[in-house]
Design a protein around this ligand. Sequence first.
Ligand SMILES: C[S@@+](CC[C@H](N)C(=O)[O-])C[C@H]1O[C@@H](n2cnc3c(N)ncnc32)[C@H](O)[C@@H]1O
Length: 166
Amino acid sequence: MITRLEKTLFRLEAQHACLTWAFEQIAGKPGPIFELGLGLGRSFNHMRHKLGERAKDIVVFEREVRCYPDCQPDEDQLVIGNLDETLPAAAKKYAGSVVLAHSDVGSMDKEHNAHMSGLVSKNIGPALAPGAIIMSDLPLDIPGCTPHPLPGNAREDRYYLYTKTG
Ligand SMILES: C[S@@+](CC[C@H](N)C(=O)[O-])C[C@H]1O[C@@H](n2cnc3c(N)ncnc32)[C@H](O)[C@@H]1O
């Protein structure tokens, strides 16, 4: 059995490892990067910091912005609204161009998580570029995408990684 503390630790460890791996994979592959779920802005802050000049390529989705002040995205990179509506619209707008999507939209509510898994799985596909990387706090089932083993020491099932293969 793993404790709640260990679950959080392992999830964040895996998230960090996936981000590090993903940044290496997308080097030299231009295109937008999706951050679904700004939350407190921790992962966005990390992405923005590590991606340097490419930080401007990050598009952040959130229904209610309540992040740390130093994690606030620029207004023009923020899509405010419910992903039920904003994700299908963004998938059309960014069709076939997104090289990395980080989905971190889960909560402690099982029903919410099931809904978000389905929503992201169903709607993100058309946005993705060939070979795109999708990393998620929830398991996804995206048509044309294949699960990818987690990098480094990340523990399986603490985060989920996929690549667009089809
Ligand atoms: C776990 S938090 C994200 C944590 C963030 N990545 C961080 O590092 O601080 C999940 C976020 O997803 C957002 N979210 C959940 N469901 C959503 C929906 N249907 N539409 C838009 N945002 C949603 C929540 O408002 C919340 O801020």
